[in-house]
Design a protein around this ligand. Structure first.
Ligand SMILES: [Zn+2]
Length: 190
């Protein structure tokens, strides 16, 4: 991957054949992936792949803001997602980052089981509906939902084809509540 590109958590930045995993990255099966939203850089001296945070000044979440969150767990009536970035604010988030997305807030249509819409590891764009006493999120709008998802079988990035997400590596098909720019979002507009 080219240096200075803005990346999302889980995104592949390099391989363990090329570089060592450094700050802001981890290695999994020979692939070096980002752990945070940030800028990909290479420490040439130590041959390390690193993802630098966009900046380090904390920002508090506010109601109505659009955020990126990474899905942690999917339960019978809700999704738990870790808020990782506020759109347009290149800052770290302070305070509670643990967001709840109720099944009724996922889509404008009826959703019976959140597991048909999101999977752990998905990067979703969501609206902050409430901050206190806990962070509540919603993904009903067209521009909200998953923007990046990995194949549950082989962890390759999924590609959107019509209303299905397809894995170009193993041909697995999956479904998500996707944002309308799934896979083609502009990293510079984060
Ligand atoms: Zn796959």
């Amino acid at each position: 991957m080219a240096e200075n590109k803005i990346v999302l958590p889980g995104e592949q930045v390099s391989t363990s054949e090329e570089l060592l995993p450094g700050d802001g990255t981890f290695e999994e099966d020979g692939i070096i992936r980002a752990t945070r939203v940030g800028t990909y850089v290479v420490d040439e001296e130590h041959r390390k792949a690193m993802v630098k945070p966009l900046t380090s000044i904390p920002v508090e979440l506010k109601r109505g803001e659009i955020v990126l969150a990474q899905v942690g767990s999917v339960r019978s009536n809700m999704v738990i997602a870790n808020v990782i970035h506020v759109i347009g604010k290149k800052r770290e988030i302070s305070g509670d980052r643990n967001g709840t997305l109720r099944v009724s807030e996922i889509s404008t249509g009826y959703v019976k089981d959140p597991a048909t819409e999101f999977a752990p590891g998905d990067i979703i764009r969501a609206k902050v509906m409430q901050v206190k006493p806990n962070v509540q999120l919603a993904t009903k709008d067209r521009d909200l939902g998953a923007i990046k998802s990995l194949c549950s079988k082989c962890r390759h990035s999924l590609v959107k084809k019509d209303n299905i997400l397809e894995c170009p590596n193993c041909n697995n098909n999956e479904k998500r509540k996707t944002a309308d720019d799934f896979g083609v979002y502009d990293p510079n507009k984060l």
